[in-house]
Design a protein around this ligand. Structure first.
Ligand code: FES
Length: 342
C-alpha cells in the first residue's frame, strides 16, 4: 500500500476534524451605520420611492380618464401610454425601494446556519421564532411607520392601472362593446369587392372566379368609410377569402355557389389574417401558429390551436352576375371571448 493511500485511509470521516473552519470574514459596517444623517437620507429615499410608485399608479388612472380618446403620441393612444408608464413606475418603484431598503437599512450581519436534521427540537423552533422576530425588528417595519405606510399604499394601488381598463370599458359604447364583435358590415345584397384602395376595388363577377382562384374580398361600401373613425375595425372584421373549388372536391357542395365558397379571413385562434391557400390540399394556413383549415370541408380545423372552423359568409349572385352576400356571417368572426356562445 502506497504512503498516500495509507494516509488517506487513516483520515477521520468527520469534516470538522479534516478541515479547519475558516469562519466568517470580518463584518464591514456600512457607511450609514456610523453616520445617522446618511441613514435618515436612505430612509427618506425608500419612503419617497414607495410614495412615487403609489402616485404614479394613481396619476395613470386619473390621466387615463382625463385625456381625450383621440389624443395620441405618434400611433400610440396617450391614455394607454400613461397606463403603461404608471405600471412601469408603480412596479419598478416598489422593486427599487424594496431592494434599497434591504441593502441600506436592514441588518447586514452575516450569519451561519448549521445543517440539522429535518425535525427540529422545540428549542430550535423557539430559536427560529426568535430569529424571525429579530428579522421583523431589524427590517424596521414597526419602527418605520412611514416606510410601512408608503409600501402598503404602493402595493394597494399598483394593480389599479391593470384593473381600470378592464372594469371601466367592459360593455361600454365606445370601449370593449362585445356587440360590435357579433356583427360585421356584411348585409343582404352587398357586393363582394376586391380588396384595395377606392379606385382599384371592383365588384367580382361569378364568372371571374375560376376553379383554384382566390380573391381577398371586402364588402361594398367599406372604402367609403376609409377616412372615418372605426374604418380599420370594420375592415378587420369583414375581410373574406373567396375560393372556387371543383364541386366534386367539396364535402358539402350544397353549401357553395357552384363550388365558390367565402370564408372569414380572421383566424379563430387569436385573429391573425389567414391567407396562405394550398390549392392542391385545399388547406388554408394561418401564419401565426399554423392553424390549418380545410376549405373543402367547411373550413374545419385540421391542425393547430384554433378550435372553430372559419365562419362562412353566405353568398349568391345578383341579376348582373356579381357575387353578393345573402346576409352577415351567421356567427361572430375571429377568436374566442368570454361571452361567445359558438
Ligand atoms: S392566430 Fe391563427 S393560429 Fe394562432
Amino acid at each position: 500500500m502506497s504512503k498516500d493511500i495509507q494516509s488517506a485511509s487513516t483520515l477521520s470521516n468527520d469534516p470538522e476534524e479534516r478541515f479547519e473552519n475558516p469562519g466568517l470574514p470580518p463584518h464591514t459596517p456600512r457607511k450609514n451605520e456610523s453616520k445617522p444623517g446618511l441613514k435618515k437620507l436612505d430612509s427618506a429615499i425608500v419612503t419617497g420611492v414607495f410614495s412615487l410608485s403609489a402616485l404614479a399608479s394613481l396619476a395613470a388612472v386619473v390621466l387615463y380618464f382625463v385625456l381625450p380618446d383621440y389624443s395620441t403620441l405618434g400611433n400610440i393612444r396617450l391614455g394607454n401610454l400613461v397606463l403603461g408608464l404608471g405600471l412601469a413606475i408603480g412596479f419598478g418603484g416598489i422593486g427599487f425601494a424594496a431592494v434599497y431598503w434591504a441593502k441600506a437599512l436592514m441588518n447586514d450581519e452575516e450569519m451561519v446556519e448549521e445543517r440539522h436534521t429535518s425535525r427540529t427540537s422545540p428549542e430550535e423552533r423557539a430559536e427560529a421564532m426568535e430569529i424571525m422576530r429579530q428579522g421583523v425588528a431589524d427590517s424596521g417595519v414597526a419602527r418605520r411607520p412611514f416606510i410601512t405606510a408608503a409600501l402598503g399604499g404602493a402595493l394597494a394601488l399598483v394593480p389599479l392601472p391593470f384593473l381600470v381598463p378592464l372594469v371601466a370599458n367592459l360593455g361600454e359604447e365606445d370601449g370593449w362593446d362585445i356587440s360590435k364583435l357579433k356583427h360585421t358590415m356584411w348585409a343582404r345584397g352587398k357586393r363582394l369587392m376586391t380588396d384595395g384602395p377606392h379606385d382599384m376595388s371592383r365588384p367580382i363577377k361569378m364568372d371571374d372566379v375560376t376553379i383554384g382562384s382566390v380573391f381577398h374580398v371586402i364588402p361594398e361600401g367599406l372604402n367609403d368609410l376609409s377616412h372615418e373613425e372605426g374604418y380599420a375595425d370594420e375592415k378587420a372584421k369583414a375581410v373574406v377569402l373567396v375560393i372556387r373549388l371543383d364541386e366534386k372536391d367539396l364535402k358539402q357542395p350544397e353549401n357553395s355557389l357552384d363550388g365558390i365558397v367565402a370564408f372569414s379571413k380572421i383566424c379563430t385562434h387569436v385573429g391573425c389574417p389567414v391567407a396562405l391557400y394550398e390549392q392542391q390540399t385545399h388547406h388554408l394556413l394561418c401564419p401565426c401558429h399554423q392553424s390549418t383549415f380545410d376549405v373543402s370541408d367547411g373550413a374545419k380545423v385540421v391542425f393547430g390551436p384554433a378550435k372553430r372552423p372559419l365562419p362562412q359568409l353566405p353568398i349568391t349572385v345578383d341579376e348582373e352576375g356579381y357575387l353578393i352576400a345573402e346576409g352577415d356571417f351567421p356567427e361572430p368572426v375571429g377568436p374566442s371571448y368570454w361571452e361567445r356562445k359558438k
